[in-house]
Write a protein that binds this ligand. Structure first.
Ligand code: SF4
Ligand code: SF4
Ligand code: SF4
Length: 204
C-alpha cells in the first residue's frame, strides 16, 4: 500500500480538483445536466473521441467477444447514435487492463485506436473520490484502502494520502488524473454500498 503525507491545503486541492481536470471537463461543464449513462458507461481502451468513435464503429461486437473478462457490452439499438456500440460499467465489471488489449486487437475499423500499444496509456475515464462522505477512511469510521489496493497502477494512479479531512478522517484516496486509465477497478472494489470513488468516462 502506498501512503503519502501532504499538507492539508494540498490535500484539499488534489481531492477536489482531480475529477474535473482528469476528465477534461471545465467546472461549468460539469455542472451541466448530463444523461445518466454519460456518467457511468465507459468505452473500451483506445476508443476514439465520441463523434469519431460513433462514426468509426460498425457495431460488429467483435471487441465484446474478444474480452476475456466479459467486461464489455453493447448499447441497445435504440435509435440513438450510441446504439450497438460497446461500453462497460465499472461498478459491475471493470476493465482488467489486459496487456495485449484483445478488445482493441479485434476491432476491424480503428474505432479502438491500434496506436494504443500500452494499456497503461489508456484513457477510458478518470477516477475521483466523488462521494467522500461514503468513504470510511475519509469520514474516520475505519481504515480502508481497498480502492488503492485494487488499482493496477497502485502508487502511481492512486495513493492514500494521510492528513486530517473535513469529515473527521485521516486518510484520503487521491487519484492522479494524468496516470489513471479509468479501468474502474477502484470503483468496483470500494466497500461502500454505493461507491465513494467513481470513474467518469472520457469518451461517451
Ligand atoms: S483490456 Fe481486456 S478486460 Fe479491458 S475491455 Fe479490453 S479485453 Fe476487456
Ligand atoms: S470491434 Fe470496433 S467496430 Fe466492432 S463494435 Fe467494437 S469498437 Fe465497434
Ligand atoms: S480507475 Fe481506479 S483502479 Fe483504474 S487506474 Fe484509475 S485509480 Fe487505478
Amino acid at each position: 500500500m502506498v501512503i503519502r503525507q501532504i499538507s492539508r491545503r494540498r490535500f484539499l486541492q488534489t481531492g477536489l480538483c482531480g475529477l474535473a481536470a482528469g476528465a477534461g471537463l471545465s467546472l461549468p461543464l460539469m455542472l451541466e445536466p448530463l444523461p445518466a449513462r454519460a456518467l457511468t458507461h465507459i468505452r473500451p481502451p483506445g476508443a476514439l473521441d465520441a463523434h469519431a468513435f460513433d462514426a468509426a464503429c460498425i457495431r460488429c461486437g467483435l471487441c465484446v467477444e474478444a474480452c476475456p473478462y466479459d467486461t464489455l457490452r453493447l448499447f441497445d439499438f435504440d435509435g440513438s447514435t450510441q446504439g450497438g456500440t460497446p461500453y462497460f460499467i465499472a461498478r459491475e465489471v471493470p476493465c482488467e487492463m489486459c496487456p495485449d488489449i484483445p478488445c482493441l486487437q479485434a476491432c476491424p475499423t480503428g474505432a479502438l485506436d491500434p496506436g494504443l500499444d500500452e494499456i497503461n496509456d489508456a484513457t477510458m475515464g478518470v477516477a475521483a473520490l466523488s462521494h467522500p462522505g461514503l468513504c470510511n477512511s475519509y469520514v474516520g469510521n475505519s481504515f480502508c484502502d481497498r480502492c488503492v489496493r485494487a488499482c493496477p497502477l497502485q502508487g502511481q494512479a492512486i495513493t492514500l494520502v494521510i492528513g486530517p479531512t473535513p469529515m473527521g478522517g485521516l486518510f484520503t484516496p487521491v487519484v492522479d488524473p494524468d496516470v489513471c486509465t479509468g479501468c474502474g477497478k477502484c470503483e468496483h472494489d470500494c466497500i461502500a454500498p454505493s461507491a465513494a470513488i467513481r470513474v467518469v468516462p472520457r469518451h461517451v
